[in-house]
Every structure is written in C-alpha cells, then in structure tokens.
Design a protein around this ligand. Structure first.
Ligand code: ADP
Ligand code: MG
Length: 169
C-alpha cells in the first residue's frame, strides 16, 4: 500500500462499549478528525505498527480500521491495541501511531472464540514482523520524540496542527 508508513496522532476517545477490554484486548479509539484524514487508498482491515501514549514509551501495536456499526456502517473508526500492559486507562491522552504493515482485511466471525483467536494471531504476526530492520527503524522516527506530552507541558505545536502537517494535508 503506497500510503504506508502512515503517521497520525489524536486524543484517545471513548469507544462504543463493545467490551474489548472484557475480552482482554482493549482498543484505544481515535477521533473522527484523525479517521477523516486517512488517505483513500488505505484499505480497511488490520494493521500493525508502533504507538506511544503522550511522551511515553513506544510499543508494538495492532490497529483495526473499519466501519463502525454504531453509525450504521457509514463512519470509519480507528482502534489501536497496544501490546503492553498499562497500569491505568489513558482516555484523553494523545496517542501517536505509525502504521507500518497490513495484516488482513476485516471480516466477521461465527463465534467470540474465533474472533479472539484471529486477534491473537494478528498480535503474534505484528510482534514478529515489527522485528524486521526496516520496521524497527520507524520506531526511532522523530515523529515519536516530538510527540506532545498531553495536558502537562505546553507543546510548541498543537496536536491537530502537527497531525495536519505530518499527514501532508
Ligand atoms: P472503548 O470502547 O472506550 O474504546 P475498550 O474496552 O476498547 O473501551 O478499552 C479501551 C481503553 O482501554 C483505552 O482507551 C485505554 O484507555 C485503555 N487501555 C488499557 N490498556 C490498553 C492497551 N494495551 N491498548 C489500548 N488501550 C488500552
Ligand atoms: Mg475501544
């Protein structure tokens, strides 16, 4: 996909209460402003990449980009599961993400077990693929060191401004 790698950041918002956390796979949802900036050629489906919360450590992650049933399937959503155990939720923090590779298209599953199995497989694939030298390199991108630290320090550029620049719009 020619839009990869794709950098973006935005505030973590409340999701749609689909119980991801109860499945052991919480997903941090990004706002519509970030979703609406996605390039047209970026297919829906599951991606892997790197992510950090505020100015925190960079972690491996998988992201689902798909159609949100809440809006009758007319609105795309972006949800990231960071492969790390956090002590606390981070709603309202700035999540910085680089999408590095594509795993698979979206699909529905006949059972919860099948869904969880697929996501577990996605996570394992992400862990392995992200060790490739060209993917590890993106972990060190300036994008992450310039990540705003959320509400504390005053960032030189507002998150929305840097997102706009980085996305080339
Ligand atoms: P929601 O429907 O509000 O998105 P989820 O059940 O998907 O609820 O949980 C997402 C929230 O869990 C995130 O917004 C974040 O605050 C928290 N969280 C804790 N650990 C993680 C993680 N490893 N990856 C993503 N989000 C996490
Ligand atoms: Mg979620």
């Amino acid at each position: 996909m020619k839009s990869l790698p794709y950098f973006c950041r935005g505030e973590v918002i409340k999701g749609f209460g689909r119980g991801s956390k109860e499945l052991g796979i919480p997903t941090a949802n990004l706002p519509d402003s970030v979703v609406d900036n996605l390039p047209a050629d970026l297919n829906t489906g599951i991606y892997y990449g790197w992510a950090c919360v505020g100015a925190g450590d960079i972690h491996k992650m998988v992201m689902s980009i798909g159609w949100n049933p809440f809006y009758k399937n007319i609105k795309k959503s972006m949800e990231a599961h960071l492969i790390h155990t956090f002590k606390e939720d981070f709603y309202g923090e700035i999540l910085s993400v680089v999408l590095v590779g594509y795993v698979r298209p979206e699909r529905s599953f006949s059972s919860l077990e099948a869904l969880i199995l697929a996501i577990t497989g996605d996570i394992e694939e992400a862990k392995v693929k992200l060790e490739l030298p060209e993917h590890l390199e993106l972990r060190g991108d300036n994008f992450f060191t310039s990540a705003p630290s959320g509400s504390s320090a005053a960032p030189p550029t507002a998150p929305s401004a840097s997102q706009t620049i980085l996305n080339g719009h």
